[in-house]
Ligand binder design. Sequence first.
Ligand code: NAD
Length: 470
Amino acid sequence: MSDGSKFLNDVHAYFDKAAAFTNHPKGLLKQIKVCNGIFTFKFPVEIDGSIQVIEGIRVQHSHHKTPTKGGIRYSEMVDEQEVEALATLMTFKCAVVDVPFGGAKGGIKINPAKYQVKDLEKITRRYTTELIKRNMIGPGIDVPAPDYGSGPREMAWIADTYATFKHDEINALGCVTGKPLGQGGIQGRTEATGLGLFFGVREALNNKEDMKKLGLKPGITGKKIIVQGLGNVGYFSAKFCSEGGGLIVGIAEREGGIYNAKGLDVEKVFKHRKEKGSILDYPGAKNFKNSLELLEMECDVLIPAALENQITKTNASRIKAMVIAEGANGPVTKDAEEILNKKGVMIIPDLYLNAGGVTVSYFEWLKNLSHVRFGRMEKRFQEIQTSRLLAALENVTGKKLDKVQTQLVVHGAEERDLVNSGLEETMIAAFNEIRNIRNSNPKIEDLRTAAFVSGINKIAASYGALGFWP
Ligand code: NAD
């Protein structure tokens, strides 16, 4: 069985397990589980004088809400089942964090490192054209985003291609998210997944009852943390967890891992890898030649933030962390999860924990549709109001704040403040919803099942809203 089919089987098994804890009719559950549409296509691109046939895919898992939403992967490893599994996860992820989209995912089967920028641009623009031809992209239809191997540059090409074909569509920029700031992007999108992960982990670790069961003191402060992957999700997760009081003791990358029980400086490790081309030989840290070995080292929280299938039945019993925070999609296999659940390990699941990216993508889409930057209308007004209030208080009390304190109090919300605050609220509210579902039924042992139950219930309710289901 390919890794992609195994991943899809695992996602379906998680769904079935959770569905058994709901009382929706069988037919409705089937509709919520099945994939609504898979579109595979091949197209020619001229590269250095010869024609190359490129394979593309777009999977729209659920149309219970539109637009559908999900990233585009640029990788030679793209396979249909893997993309379907990721699109399915997107459906439940959006539901769990109350983002009003159906799930989707796409892929272009190329190794981007083997192409020049001009050729990547041609491929991306042609992939977009194939979607436009079939009415499979648009601010109200399907809204892609970056994923493994793609970033803001590719999203800008997609937006530009779409806007060229749909020059009279006023909301054209909302056809894709994760765009550069100057081309309709939003402050805070780049770090959103890592920041969202931090909010989720902090909320989980703050719960006294749960921490007591795990034999840990409540709070993130001083918790020993290992992170796998120093890419977008891994780097920002490590950075925010460290700034929030956690102690990053280990970091793994594709060439191996480093460990120092006294803690690592995330920025310095990042700089070291950039300069030396490897994470290994970082001063004061022990080297591990294999990234997987590092995952078995002593720590409280393990954050796999690189790839799927990293914690399997082979290494699950050797994992020492009592909390596994899934930054990547599908880093823990189902077999491994059974072993870890028996050990009492808390797994904070991907479909909740890495939803920060899609949450801020939703904010970007809202910004594109409203054609106004968040904070533009109210910032000054807020500042004037607060200044007046402060002046009145100072008058009454006869005490004055210094310049720095005044600035802190008076500062009106800018786009980044509002984005981060919306993200924090989303992650905290969703965690408590999931935790309450887990606690409401002693047979629901884990947060993943609870998160799927939360997603299924919300999707079922949205079919009710359409009148299909009383
Ligand atoms: P990325 O390409 O920025 O980073 C991945 C990192 O993992 C790279 O630095 C790569 O060198 C490293 N890596 C590869 N093989 C490794 C190995 N064997 N051991 C250790 N490190 C290894 O990608 P990303 O955007 O950070 O995505 C990582 C995961 O998070 C993926 O599963 C992705 O689907 C998921 N995710 C990403 C986002 C997002 O907003 N970027 C949102 C949700 C989920």
